[in-house]
Design a protein around this ligand. Structure first.
Ligand code: NAD
Length: 492
């Protein structure tokens, strides 16, 4: 195995795979290139991993194609046996939860408590889709006497999957689980900032009994390995999570190569709306969680906060007090709520947004500066008096920064909330069922939370309206991403 011995708090020494996982083996890249993985808490190099080039993508795709061929060990498996692969993998995730969570904290900087929550959600997702594998079927349709038609849901084939760095293992599970449930094979590229967890999990696939070539996991950069996936002529479908900008690039690449199917889970600038009749403490807890969870690095982060004018001042005062209690610091301390941002680049991007908010005249209520001297830490930052046209109200910051504005009534807030190119998520806080349903119906978002936030579950479809994405992940809806319908009509 191509690997390196690393040490993580709570685990001690472990063997970290660093090669490309192709055909159930960790191998070196063809060009022998490696890149450094940085610990965002210390800014020090953790290790180097092998970098996939275009040639390596070809090798991974060939492995996935061979595993998908009719008559292969994988294709000959019963659907229940295929589901069992995912159930076995879930058991291995459970057995290795401490290791996986520690690697995630090391690599991404998220707190160990949240990382364990993420791995718990991976396990739920793997089991959920393990259960689906033998329940995917078509319909019988009769169009006229003497004819008989049926539909089948066939796996799409070889799937390229490109994931981001904000939830490295959760995105890995969200992508791989439905693909396998449907009988596809996979070439997954992790984000260059966070390749470690995905490689550990890849090794578990082998242990779970996945035949060679079914799941291939490669580390590498977007412009090279990512582009090679999205333009590849022998990949049948690409599933991407990341920025809207790159989502557009991937769609163009798919269109100009083999017109592969595309699903995209992209960015957001989600509105979180607090009405005057809401339970204010409860709403503040959810608003705090909605923006500062995962250091604001969530595609569905509730980064635009609209508060009804009669409670605006009280809300800001109490929200400030609440956010000041968020513990920022060492991800390996179980009490930490917020670790560092993932990279120097993200840190700089976020600090630029903070600067622009200050320059454009918004009020910094709390934060607005770095935390500590080492690592990419930023204090939880609340801007009030934010005008609709300001950059911090319009653009996805992807950090612990929120923008607050006041509103008069439901009609006004629906208009401003919907005035965005995004439409991933939204939330409404109110005690009135009437307001909750009326506003939820009017919001242009793939998910609306009422009196809560970030309530994601593997059985609930998740995805974006407008420029926040195409297709839905999770739930039964994700099975549509990885199957295609065949109609067979018989004249009797
Ligand atoms: P990104 O969209 O550039 O990267 C996400 C993934 O796409 C990574 O695996 C990357 O290697 C790959 N990629 C990059 N360029 C590619 C290309 N040309 N072809 C194929 N794949 C490519 O995200 P980023 O640069 O890491 O972050 C930039 C911004 O994106 C963030 O500030 C944030 O706003 C947003 N973002 C959103 C999400 C999300 O979950 N919606 C996740 C990460 C980042």
């Amino acid at each position: 195995m191509v690997s390196v011995t690393l040490e993580v708090p709570g685990i001690g020494k472990y063997e970290q795979p660093t090669g490309l996982f192709i055909n159930n083996e960790f191998i070196k890249g063809k060009k022998g290139q490696e890149f450094e993985v940085i610990n965002p808490s210390t800014e020090k190099v953790i290790c180097k991993v092998h970098e996939a080039t275009e040639e390596d993508v070809d090798i991974a795709v060939a492995a996935a194609r061979k595993a998908f061929k009719a008559g292969s060990e994988y294709r000959n498996m019963s659907t229940a046996a295929r589901g069992k692969l995912l159930l076995n993998l879930a058991d291995l995730f459970e057995k290795n939860i401490d290791l996986l969570a520690s690697v995630e904290s090391l690599d991404n900087g998220k707190s160990i408590t949240m990382a364990k929550g993420d791995i718990g959600a991976c396990i739920g997702c793997l089991r959920y889709y393990g259960g689906w594998a033998d329940k995917i079927h078509g319909k019988v349709i009769t169009t006229a006497e003497g004819t008989f038609s049926y539909t089948k849901r066939e796996p799409i084939g070889v799937c390229g999957q490109i994931i981001p760095w904000n939830f490295p293992l959760l995105m890995w599970a969200w992508k791989i689980a439905p693909a396998i449930a449907c009988g596809c094979t996979v070439v997954l590229k992790t984000a260059e900032q966070t390749p470690l967890g995905g490689l550990v999990a890849a090794g578990l696939c082998k242990e779970a009994g996945f035949p060679p070539g079914v799941v291939n996991v490669i580390s590498g950069f977007g412009k090279t390995a990512g582009a090679a996936i999205s333009t590849h002529m022998d990949i049948d479908k690409v599933a991407f999570t990341g920025s809207t900008f790159i989502g557009r690039t991937i769609m163009k690449a798919a269109a100009s190569s083999n017109l592969k199917k595309v699903t995209l889970e992209l960015g957001g600038k989600s509105p979180n709306i607090v009405f005057e009749d809401a339970d204010i403490d409860d709403a503040i807890s959810w608003v705090n969680f909605g923006i500062f969870y995962n250091h604001g690095q969530c595609c569905c982060a509730g980064s635009r906060i609209y508060v009804q004018e009669s409670i605006y001042d009280k809300f800001i005062q109490r929200f400030k007090e609440r956010a000041a209690k968020n513990v920022v610091g060492d991800p390996f301390d179980p009490n930490t709520f917020q670790g560092p941002q993932v990279s120097q680049l993200q840190y700089d991007r976020i600090m630029d947004y903070i600067k622009s908010g200050k320059e454009e005249g918004a009020t910094v209520e709390i934060g607005g500066e770095r935390h500590g001297d080492v690592g990419y830490f930023i204090k939880p930052t609340i801007f009030s008096n934010v005008k609709h046209e300001m950059k911090i109200m319009q653009e996805e910051i992807f950090g612990p920064v929120c923008a607050i504005a006041k509103f008069k009534d439901a009609e006004e807030v629906i208009d401003i909330a919907n005035d965005s190119m995004y439409g991933l998520a939204a939330a409404v806080h109110t005690k009135s069922l009437n307001t909750a349903i009326k506003v939820s119906d009017a919001l242009k978002a793939g998910t609306v939370w009422v009196n809560c936030y970030n309530l994601l579950h593997w059985s609930l479809p998740f995805g974006g309206f407008r420029q926040s994405g195409i297709g839905r992940e999770l739930g039964k809806a994700a099975l549509d991403n990885y199957t295609q319908v065949k109609t067979v009509s018989i004249n009797m």
